[in-house]
Design a binder for this molecule. Sequence first.
Ligand code: PAF
Length: 288
Amino acid sequence: MKDEVSRPKLFRTVADLREFLLPWRRAGKRIGFVPTMGALHEGHLSLVRASKAETDCTVVSIYVNPTQFGPTEDFARYPRNLERDMELLSHEGVEAVFAPDDAEMYPPGYNTWVEVKGVSEPLEGECRPGHFRGVATVVLKLFNIVQPDVTYFGAKDYQQSLVVRQLIRDLNLPIELKVLPTVREPDGLAMSSRNSYLSPDARSRATVLWKSLQKAQDLLAQGERDPQVIQEAMRQIILSVPGTSIDYVALVDPETLSPVSTITGPTLAAVAVRLEGTRLIDNLLLQP
Ligand code: PAF
């Protein structure tokens, strides 16, 4: 299938997508769903490939959701290129793309919001107030529209995957969540649509996130168990690179995202760094 080109069907409305999916569902076919904001890269494509391998019909949504961006964030300049995304998905044999506009997703009078407590509160939740409310709301809407059997998320947005897991559990959604590993550039930079904001110079400096995470893993391998010591070493590495500022460097419990006082089991190292106006995040599950 990989080298065959077949353009996915493009749907702009909920009604049209539902009409397309009904026969698949009636025939007992499994529907896989990959929600995205477009500007697709190999990270997204790894999710699409998993869905293609494991389900009968793959739906990809492409929607830059305004409600998950804060007023000073990058909603307006977020990269949008539907034609390029459709072309990439043509090579993956995706059955359907759902690319609604804002009026379709949030028509006048729209007034329902989904708030996941707990895992949404630290880290990104503290730095980006309202972000996960927007994510949870749009993801639940998309789940209701597509009604997938399986949905695929990337581990790069680790906290987002925990929020979605909680949403699925708490609201009894009959959806299996699969979280797939972060896809990295050869130099370790996690793939992200926001990497396109980086100048060539900032792009080469952006590897510092991955270097700081590797430092954490190395210190752990050398027997260090104090998260404060590891976090301080990570901070020093990041701040040694010109143009960086830190939103957070955290070692947390991978289930609850609460800070750990000593490392005794798997621990998530998570970083959010600003580099010349671009905010980048990354994480690594540390195994002592
Ligand atoms: O991870 C993303 O691209 C977005 O947060 C998502 C899940 C598509 C919701 O808008």
